[in-house]
Design a protein around this ligand. Sequence first.
Ligand code: NAD
Ligand code: UGA
Length: 454
Amino acid sequence: MKISVVGTGYVGLVTGTCFAETGNYVTCIDINRGKVDSLRSGKIPIYEPGLEEVVLEARGVNLFFSTEIDKNIAEADIIFVSVNTPTKTFGQGAGRAADLQYWEKTARQILDNSDSPKIIVEKSTVPVRTAVAMERILNSNSKGLSFDVISNPEFLAEGTAIQDLEKPDRVLIGGRETPSGQKAIQSLVDVYAHWVPRERILTTNLWSSELSKLTANAFLAQRISSINAIANLCEKTEADINEVAHAIGTDSRIGPNFLRASVGFGGSCFRKDILNLVYLCDFYGLPEVARYWEQVIKMNEFQEANFVSKMVTAMFNTVAGKRIALFGAAFKAHTSDIRESPALAVCRELVGERAQVVLSDPHALENARQDLGATAEQVIFEPDPYTAAREAHAIAILTEWPQFAELDYQAIYDEMVHPAFIFDGRNILDHRALFETGFNVYAIGKPPLTSFAS
Ligand code: NAD
Ligand code: UGA
């Protein structure tokens, strides 16, 4: 198959590479020339474990990078569209609806540059019924061409993207129930069947497929907000959230995954996709359903803000002028992505409290610096966590990088200002051992371990 992937971000790059790895001839297209030039010269613009090796193996053999949408569209059998679909910041639905301008522009470019029928695959996460608009734009041509739009949402998670694609729980393909829609579905099933067992390739109607993607993200985020809600109650009642999560997770109907209490969920999609779901529910006259999902986001905002409040309260109600080391900038471990990272929300709040913030992360510092904008001038960026913590009053763990659990906390404690505080926003440390070292320890959903008389 000749495949074009329009939009070479996280999803486009990783899925395009996977299609090349499985024997297709793939061109990944992007409007960002810098990104394309860097990929052409073998530099991978994102940190994703295992990605560099596979890109470098296929690059120039059957994986190509280009800014030229016109030429590459004309030659492709299947076009995957994986452009960004961020939350709208203007006009109707601002702050909630998906901004589909990049998607629509791509549809028009495809139309302008096609002289044969094409299969267009929605890889980006889009609102349910987006395919109708795309079909109308594409099939409005005077060239007599017909286009099939099918939905194939992506479920990969950053940090595990390669394994998620190589061994997906399922691949979802939705299309029209017409003969040509079914034929388009079958073409895509054939692409995946090279490495995905047939029983894991689910086919549905277009709308079920589009809506399943938003629903999957909403359910995942809802579990995190649910466990975080209970973590707050644990902190008031001396229950331990890890014990509660384990106890409920062993119920096979609930299951153990996505029950890690934390400072909050981040990433480019959970917030945006739930906001979009909320917008859709309101749009379709279902305000009660909209408010139900909205609460998942409100709980997450509370979790981030409450983490900072707990820090300030514990540190004698002021952090002004105090050096605080933040371990982690990425929104989760094993990625350089900082989009919607709770670590940066905490960083901004602490800068607002006039703390002297030192940010440490193994892969995300440069992205963090850019994202923080003017605030970055008031932040120290320090890759070495030992240096970051030297002479600090407190450490906060904000990303679950495994290396943060392996540090020599006795050595760190010795060089900190005392009383020394540690706030574990990811529950990855040995809290009892830290307390015995001398730290005042505050974790999520657990009673604090402090040397202060209450
Ligand atoms: P991204 O911002 O990393 O990448 C999008 C790319 O599209 C950018 O490089 C941008 O320059 C390019 N682009 C925009 N308009 C273009 C055009 N007209 N022609 C060519 N290129 C164009 O975004 P992402 O994280 O890869 O997400 C893309 C979509 O996939 C979103 O809808 C997102 O919700 C969804 N998604 C993301 C993930 C994830 O883990 N990041 C997982 C599943 C689904
Ligand atoms: C998520 C979904 O897991 C993917 O299936 C989906 O394709 C993707 O969004 C998307 O549509 O973009 P991702 O955001 O990359 O993937 O990462 P997750 O592993 O889901 O983590 C999201 C956030 O939740 C992170 O900040 C993580 O630290 C946090 N989290 C996760 C918790 O706080 N607790 C948990 O138990 C799990």
